[in-house]
Design a protein around this ligand. Sequence first.
Ligand SMILES: Cc1cc2nc3c(=O)[nH]c(=O)nc-3n(C[C@H](O)[C@H](O)[C@H](O)COP(=O)(O)O)c2cc1C
Length: 226
Amino acid sequence: MTSQSTTEKKNIEAPERLDRRAILHELLNERWSPRAFSEKQIESWNIVSLFEAARWTPSSANEQPWTFIVVSNEETETYSAFLESLSEGNRRWAGAAPLLVLGVAKLTYERTGRSNRHAWYDLGQSVANLTVQASSVGLAVHQMGGFDVERVRGLFSIPEGYEPVVVLAIGYADGASKLPADLQQRERAPRSREPLEKFVFTKQWGTPSPYVLTQSPFLNTVPSKN
Ligand SMILES: Cc1cc2nc3c(=O)[nH]c(=O)nc-3n(C[C@H](O)[C@H](O)[C@H](O)COP(=O)(O)O)c2cc1C
């Protein structure tokens, strides 16, 4: 299928990444979590593609333990109630996103009824795929753990055995200048991460893999900005 869906040209620069150590695909390299969103609505076909990306995620026993509840800001009453369930800090900016999505995990296997200890993992991975699909068309996703679980359970009549895990604010990123001053600073702040040797080990817990040691020939071979 051709790209009716194609890329919205990105006019907002991703924040700088400190200490990039190896080559990354631009879909990953350019992803970040904005707080400023454009008023532009998301095209319906792009919305469907987000969930198609989530759909094709691998999962334990192909259980697909994810459910998404999608609310557009055009559904004003539900959107406002959903927004109200977010933590105060998130409410300050998330209301600019044209789409809010609740990610829910089913905590038991359909076939056996036993506890699915991979359910959160699988939901997280489906959100990761959704996020990559979003990036590919210039959309941005800001994930949030700061929301009232029982409130959304009530709002959306979520049954027992299903756990509201994350809220996604989705839209086209916009300039930071529309945010309050403190958030502008956070929006533009360079992103940093733990060094590879802190979490990629070999042989013994705590022993960095030679692939990621600072003297590895595979590291530091790329310019700091693509
Ligand atoms: C499970 C999860 C929960 C998060 N919760 C919040 C949140 O409640 N509020 C918020 O502003 N950001 C939240 N974030 C976004 C992270 O703070 C952000 O991804 C991190 O600081 C790295 O920044 P970047 O995504 O721009 O690279 C969350 C991210 C994840 C994956």
